[in-house]
Design a protein around this ligand. Structure first.
Ligand code: PAF
Length: 280
């Protein structure tokens, strides 16, 4: 597995591939890969003749009190996972390589970033959109792959790609879960044994919400109440947000008469976990 750290070297591989007529799939990640990332790499290698996985813990999408320094990193472990999943190359730049001296250009997507995680993590999506645009410009992929667990991120990136005319197809891939239902996340490694058990409340509360919707509940306040009652049964869980929003505009929905995204963020101890589903 080739691991490339410089933009110049990456571009030379990309140019050779493009000249030879390859279609390139990009899987942007922050590393410490799990089954969810594997499913993105698998999808990219099914659709494209070359696959680039970027591994970069992007400092500008972390808030001052967030886990930038403790975010798990292990490039050797990640290389093996990428190779087994069908990637051709890992792009693993340093922060200095990505953000040279005097870096001062940022991408802000308005409208979709004020709610949900955007409200709780100011500046987060600005950081995500800036780094993803840079990766798009550096790799120039045919397609790029993102997980549906970060539903707001996926919606924001689709908006940015449409608004800025990136000629890239954005593919959303389904949430991958542990056998007991917890959505796979690099941050799950922070959980102690007790916290890991407690984290199951996240998926349990979403399943309750799904049943309520299937039974015909239309009032989003009632649905939020059902979810929060379930979450409050778990003493280690602290609710960050519970939101029922239009699945495209991400604006809050009062009466559930259209496809909605039901999205939750909770803290288990110091670890922030998110999960969601879309109800058509
Ligand atoms: O979803 C992630 O891991 C990150 O937000 C991304 C898209 C790789 C940008 O840093």
């Amino acid at each position: 597995m080739k691991v490339v750290n410089s933009i110049k070297e990456l571009r030379s591989h990309i140019n050779t591939w493009k000249r030879r007529g390859h279609e390139i799939g990009l899987v942007p990640t922050m590393g410490y890969l799990h089954e969810g990332h594997k499913s993105l790499i698998n999808a990219a290698s099914d659709d494209n003749s070359k696959v680039v996985v970027s591994i970069f813990v992007n400092p500008i999408q972390f808030g001052a009190n967030e886990d930038l320094d403790s975010y798990p990193r292990d490039i050797e472990r990640d290389s093996k996972i990428c190779e087994a999943a069908g990637a051709d190359l890992i792009f693993n730049p340093s922060p200095e390589e990505m953000y040279g001296e005097n870096f001062s250009t940022y991408i802000d997507v308005e409208g979709l970033t004020e709610e949900l995680c955007g409200a709780k993590r100011p500046g987060h999506f600005r950081g995500v959109c800036t780094v993803v645009s840079k990766l798009f410009n550096i790799v120039n992929p045919t397609r790029a792959y993102f997980g549906e667990k970060d539903a707001q991120q996926l919606a924001v990136i689709k908006r940015m790609v449409a608004d800025l005319n990136f000629d890239i197809e954005i593919i959303g891939c389904p949430i991958v879960r542990e056998e007991d239902g917890l959505a796979k996340s690099s941050r799950n490694t922070y959980l102690s044994e007790e916290e890991r058990k407690a984290s199951l409340v996240l998926n349990r509360s979403l399943l309750k919400a799904k049943s309520a919707l299937k039974e015909g509940i239309k009032d989003s306040d009632k649905l939020v109440q059902i979810i929060s009652q379930e979450l409050n049964k778990e003493p280690l869980a602290k609710i960050d947000y519970i939101e029922i929003v239009d699945s495209t505009s991400l604006k809050p929905v009062k009466n559930i008469d259209r496809p909605v995204l039901v999205a939750i963020a909770i803290y288990i101890g110091k670890t922030r976990l998110i999960d969601n589903f879309i109800f058509q």
